[in-house]
Design a protein around this ligand. Structure first.
Ligand SMILES: Nc1ncnc2c1ncn2[C@@H]1O[C@H](COP(=O)(O)OP(=O)(O)OP(=O)(O)O)[C@@H](O)[C@H]1O
Ligand SMILES: [Mg+2]
Length: 353
């Protein structure tokens, strides 16, 4: 019917464990060759979503198709998916080469073909020459790469990765992120990658789906999710945002005694939220509030210098803490000083829910 077959198309897919709704009825559409990341807090339903795609758990409701084929009733090994687990799960007694070759051996592929294929994959993940090592002779990052090679060698249409970099330290994780992205572009396979790490998600994803409370809260490109979050939850979870909750007065937001200007008018009487990124805020050092800006006074309660940027925390009279991040110069005020935080009105984003 349509000439654009989706890699994954889930309709009303849901999973309950007894009374726990791990995933509420959800629609999910992932494009071929897309690098899709499921991001969200612990217990939100990310792994459940991945396992539903893999067929490792059966949905309580809904249908799921992979490349146009309804796989809802299909066993995991009959699906063109392959899973990379968080734990390394390598066979400790086998060499790197044997580990990577394992799936192909089961498929009874001729020995010389296996050899060529394994060698190609080890090249791809940067482990050329490690063929004869055993897992305990490898670093965490190298073991992770072997796992990746072991999955990629099967040439599944969809690679499912559950927290694949969680065991790595921050620096190695960063390097592996860039490599994962490169590998995905090279092999042209659809990746669905689960993480609770925001930076990891922003680095690898073509598109991020934010999963929390058993719901797909919002999805979009990393840029869109960061700069134009639609939901309050997204603004709270992604980046460092200051959020004001209140009642719309048309052009403004009543936050209890104070009315803040909104970037665009909102329906009077409606409960809404306004978010402003910490890097869009400034501390006014005595100078007057610029035209078209909003300002609130408070007390400087913390100052942290983070290298390139300085971060200040200001406690408003309402008791709410506001984070201000500025490149270069730190606020000249001392902790305990009265200060004014300000931001351009148009830097605010309105959240209706
Ligand atoms: N086999 C199970 N039996 C009962 N409840 C389960 C089972 N698996 C998951 N759950 C529950 O379903 C919810 C979602 O779990 P899920 O593993 O999908 O979360 P997650 O987003 O992957 O979290 P994490 O980031 O901690 O891995 C949680 O409340 C969890 O306790
Ligand atoms: Mg999980």
């Amino acid at each position: 019917m349509s000439n654009s077959v989706l890699a994954v198309e889930a309709t009303g897919i849901a999973k309950s464990y007894g009374t726990v709704q791990a995933l509420k009825p959800t629609d999910l559409r992932i494009e071929p060759n897309e690098y899709y990341v499921l991001l969200g807090p612990s217990g939100g339903g990310k792994t459940t979503t991945l396992r539903l795609i893999a067929g490792l758990v059966r949905p309580t409701a809904g249908r799921i198709s992979i490349y146009g084929q309804d796989v809802t009733e299909l066993a995991p090994d009959k699906r063109s998916t392959s899973m990379v687990f968080q734990s390394y799960a390598l066979f400790p007694h086998m060499t790197v080469e044997e580990n990577v070759a394992y799936g192909l051996t089961l498929r009874r592929m001729p020995r010389d073909e296996i050899r060529a294929e394994v060698s190609r994959m080890l090249d791809l993940v940067g482990l050329n020459g490690y063929d004869n090592r055993r897992p305990h002779e490898l670093s965490g990052g190298q073991q992770q790469r072997v796992q990746l090679a072991r999955s990629l060698v099967l040439h599944s249409d969809i690679l499912l990765l559950d927290e694949p970099l969680a065991a790595l330290d921050a620096k190695l994780r960063k390097d592996m992120c860039l490599e994962l992205k490169n590998i995905q572009k090279t092999v042209g396979v659809t990746f669905v990658h689960v993480t609770h790490n925001q930076e990891e998600a922003m680095t690898v994803a073509d598109r991020i789906g934010l999963v929390a409370g058993g719901e797909l809260v919002e999805q979009g490109s990393p840029e869109a999710i960061y700069n134009r979050p639609e939901k309050r939850f997204t603004a709270d979870f992604i980046g460092e945002n200051n959020i004001f909750d209140g009642t719309a007065t048309g052009a403004g937001l009543d936050i209890g005694g104070r009315v803040l200007g909104l970037p665009t008018p909102a329906e009077t009487g409606r409960e809404i939220s306004l978010s402003v990124r910490s890097e869009d805020m400034r501390l006014l050092d005595g100078e007057p509030k610029p035209e078209g800006w909003q300002a609130l006074s408070g007390t400087l309660i913390d100052k942290v210098y983070l290298g390139l940027i300085g971060s200040s925390v200001v406690r408003l009279e309402s008791g709410q803490d506001i984070t201000v991040r500025q490149v270069g110069a730190m606020s000249s005020g001392e902790v305990g000083a009265s200060v004014t935080v300000a931001w351009p009105t148009e830097a605010g984003r309105i959240h209706l829910s």
